[in-house]
Design a protein around this ligand. Structure first.
Ligand code: HEM
Length: 314
């Protein structure tokens, strides 16, 4: 009897922890039997890479976002262009994506361990999650089971939000994918990591964007004096996942139009204020929104494949 109860307890634990198929068919323990070390291999590889170059955390988080917003989270952003096809990664919006080599290292390790099992889309989703944690952000689990897509076309990237968007435009494009305004602001908090290049914000300098703090305008102009590719961190701690990005917005020190608009627009201003004052709440909302994003239009079962090489379809 005691053994039976113990067994029932474990079965329940597994079900509660997400082993049962959710509505989407993804689940937390997808690789439990087929590749039990998958999570560990991803985490260790990400940690090693970020110990060498902490700036890559930003690259991995952004790459996951750009993957999910175009064709769903299906690794389409990782595919290389061929003679007959210009892929997403060669779109101007993707030229500054970074961290492909980390995904390649993870894929190589996983193919050695359990060939043909772990999709590139799942690798990217797990790597982004581990990068957030490495940088000091929240720890959270994501369901797995995404398959890799076979379409990657430069023209699809027109659907990425532009840095010149105002809050209404951002609310609209995120809303079309099922995100609330609060989700969108929390996700924008990923800009607590990393940098923007001058080409992404120079239009705010002439004529001068009135929502830009005058001292900070000088900082941006100085950055741009080094050319279009010169980098400007979004906040004062580019490698730390914290809420300083929101504090920067409150001080009118947002780098992109699409950042500062979150504070200048009444509909989102209170959310920015709340996150600037309460980092724990930002972390909570961010992790929920990231899990939601990681489930965007995923391809399951025969709708996709597990690529052998993340750079090309099988
Ligand atoms: C709200 C709409 C968004 C817009 C318009 C936007 C736009 C941009 C732009 C223009 C850059 C700088 C690119 C460059 O100059 O090289 C950037 C960087 C970045 N974005 Fe976003 N983004 C948005 C939302 C997001 C979301 C939802 C995430 C992730 C969840 C994200 C993560 C990042 C990260 C981490 C960087 C820094 C990358 C690095 O340092 O390599 N962004 N974003």
């Amino acid at each position: 009897m005691a053994n039976l109860l113990t067994l029932l307890f474990y079965v329940e634990m597994i079900v509660v922890s997400g082993f049962s198929l959710g509505a989407s068919g993804l689940n937390m323990n997808y690789y439990l039997f087929s590749c039990p070390l998958a999570e560990l291999i991803v985490k260790n590889t990400v940690n090693r890479a970020l110990q060498n170059d902490p700036t890559l955390a930003a690259g991995l988080v952004r790459m996951h976002f750009h993957d999910c917003f175009i064709e769903g989270c299906d690794g389409s952003v990782l595919i290389d262009s061929t003679e007959d096809n210009t892929a997403e990664k060669d779109s101007p919006a993707n030229l500054s994506l970074r961290g492909y080599e980390v995904i390649d290292d993870i894929k190589e390790a996983l193919e050695n361990q359990c060939p043909g099992v772990v999709s590139c889309a799942d690798i990217l989703a797990m790597a982004a999650r581990d990068a957030v944690f490495f940088a000091g952000g929240p720890v959270y689990d994501i369901p797995k089971g995404r398959k890799d897509g076979t379409r990657s076309k430069i023209e699809d990237t027109i659907n990425l939000p532009a840095p010149i968007f105002n809050a209404s435009q951002l609310i609209k494009v995120f809303g079309q994918r099922g995100f609330s305004a609060k989700d969108m602001v929390a996700l924008s908090g990923a800009h607590t990591l990393g940098v923007a290049r001058c080409s992404s914000f120079k239009q705010r300098l002439t004529p001068l964007d009135p929502s830009l703090d005058s001292q900070f305008a000088k900082t941006l102009s100085k950055a741009c004096s080094a050319g279009d590719s010169a980098e400007q961190p979004f906040d004062s701690s580019r490698n730390d996942f914290d809420n300083l990005y929101f504090n920067a917005l409150v001080s009118n020190n947002g780098v992109l139009t699409s950042d500062q608009t979150l504070y200048t627009t009444p509909q989102t201003r209170n959310i920015v204020n709340t996150y600037a004052m309460n980092q724990a709440l930002f972390f909570l909302d961010f992790q929920q929104a990231m899990v939601k994003m990681s489930k965007l239009d995923v391809k399951e079962g025969s709708k996709g494949e597990v690529r052998k090489n993340c750079h090309k379809i099988n």
